[in-house]
Design a protein. Sequence first.
Length: 125
Amino acid sequence: MGTQRSKALQAAGIEVPSLEWRNLPGRLLVLFPDDETADGGAEGQSEGFFDVHNTPPWDTWVAYFEELDEEVHGGRRAYGYLLAYVPAIFVPRVELGIAANPEFAIKWLDDSETVIAALVKGATT
């Protein structure tokens, strides 16, 4: 949390508990938008949780990240991904959507090889 906001909340007597990923009732999801083919498979199987572009609802988005891939043809390639939080009630639908996604553009964070996955895993062990 930002310093000013923390001070304001503290001055108002509002206690904000720290966020512990392992205690959230849901899962973190990753979308690699450059890999999706807009086939609609995940949309249908997830009963509309995903749209035709495999994108989760905007109000589940946490952040967008860019990382550098290993060297490709003498240079480095940047790739981006969206991190989203899936509430527990939607996890079964999302599982079906992930299974229907042949290009692997959507996956659970802990099944990805992203830097964020390693950081979250390290924070929860």
